[in-house]
Ligand binder design. Structure first.
Ligand code: MN3
Length: 219
């Protein structure tokens, strides 16, 4: 996976219909092949005239946004964010859900898996308009739930994203119309907890250093 310009839309790590009946095939096609593709095309087009920025990994474009020329800051924020958030979202899903290991962390931080789900759902429902809910950790391993709007990310020098749910309407409108709540309930069935645990372990056991070399998949 190339994590710098020129960004490429890799195939999903599962079939388009693999998440049925929880997330429908057509939504996955449109979401991955059109919505994500548009962010990738936009980001590549913006970076075309900025050779220096072409060497920057995706995460750096987001974290060091204030070092990007002012004229393209908003466009980078929206489109690098759009690429990161979608790579992260699709990598966070799997037809083979459940992982015992991370359940312990959820229990430790939220009381129970059910209480985590309740709080996460509440946060995802509370995003007004388009955005994301995230499970994040700090470097000490404390879990938090945060939300972002539009294509802002939860990536920061002090927070490491573990999981996100896209609550833009395009993520659920075909199947659930305006019922975001039903989409969230279904989405819980296909969360890739192995990936979440991997991202968490990475934070926990590696001496954490944000050197911008870590491919987004393993953050
Ligand atoms: Mn989306």
């Amino acid at each position: 996976m190339l994590d710098t310009y020129k960004f490429v839309n890799e195939p999903l790590p599962y079939a388009y219909d693999a998440l049925e009946p929880w997330i429908d095939e057509l939504t996955m096609h449109l979401h991955h092949d059109r919505h994500l593709q548009t962010y990738i095309d936009n980001l590549n087009a913006i970076l075309k005239d900025y050779p220096m920025l072409q060497k920057w990994p995706l995460e750096r474009l987001i974290i060091d946004l204030d070092k990007v020329p002012k004229a393209i800051q908003t466009a980078i924020q929206n489109n690098a964010g759009g690429v990161f958030n979608h790579f992260f979202y699709f990598d966070s899903l799997t037809p083979n859900a459940m992982n015992e290991e991370f359940q312990q962390e959820l229990k430790r931080n939220f009381g129970s898996v059910e209480q985590f789900q309740e709080r996460f759902k509440k946060a995802a429902l509370a995003v007004f308009g388009s955005g994301y809910a995230w499970l994040v950790t700090d470097v000490q391993g404390r879990l938090q739930i945060v939300t972002t709007t539009n294509q802002n990310t939860a990536l920061s020098p002090i927070l490491i994203p573990l999981l996100n749910i896209d609550v833009w309407e395009h993520a659920y409108y075909l199947k659930h119309y305006n019922l975001r709540s039903d989409y969230i309930d279904n989405w819980f069935h296909v969360v890739n907890w192995e990936m979440v645990a991997l991202r968490y372990r990475k934070r926990k056991f590696d001496s954490f250093k944000r050197d911008y070399q870590v491919p987004h998949k393993y953050l």
